[in-house]
Design a protein around this ligand. Sequence first.
Ligand code: HEC
Length: 219
Amino acid sequence: MAGRCAACVGQPQAGGGPDTRTVGAKIAPENERPPAARPDMAKASLARPGESPNMAVSNRGVRMIRRTTMLAALGLLALAGVALAEVAFAQGAATGTAEVIAQRRAGLKRMGQHMEAMKPVVEAGGEVKSLEPRIDDMITWFRGLPALFPPGSDAGDTKALPAIWQDFGRFESLDQALLGQLAQMKQAAAADDKTGFATLYKSLGPQYCGTCHRPFRAR
Ligand code: HEC
């Protein structure tokens, strides 16, 4: 009957009221810690720029031993304990960097795959608009590149050379130069400018990737 339905009007539906359960969600961000607060990162920073954590340990060890030549045997024993603790510290840092090395290598591999995938399109003079998502992924990834090279991450399964941390400013500026080229390529792709894109693509590998690989990556 029609009268029944009229009685429903204006009644709140089950569960339709304001949800008060979201209050609890506020707790979550407080549990998150920025990467800088992670103990493995803190350990990595023991090394000075240009030094692997292992070098930092051995240099420090030598200096300490010089300073303590006058100390009695007991003092030397205590010192050995300190040195051991520092070695354990350095090993902890190495474990932390293994993850970042694997992460950056996987990303760089994907960047290489983008290059390979674009090559036949450019060579055939095909439309380049469809390459824009690849350029976008490259721009996003290369923006984050410096953060994937924390000091000391030249130790392990990596071809990153210590030179990176001897001149990190240059390393970063080469990444910026590449990003500038990628920004132009994005514009050319968006406009489907085949000739413009091809010219930019051809200099990308040898000039912008190679310029960083030559001084900073082992062969
Ligand atoms: C700012 C410096 C820099 C730039 C720019 C750069 N690379 Fe690299 N690339 C490196 C370093 C350093 C390594 C060694 C990384 C490692 O082994 O930990 C590397 C390694 C690689 C690898 C090997 C990854 C693997 O399997 O281990 C590939 C592929 C690669 N780069 C592709 C590229 C491409 C493509 C570009 C340009 C679009 C590029 N890179 C631009 C620094 C750079």
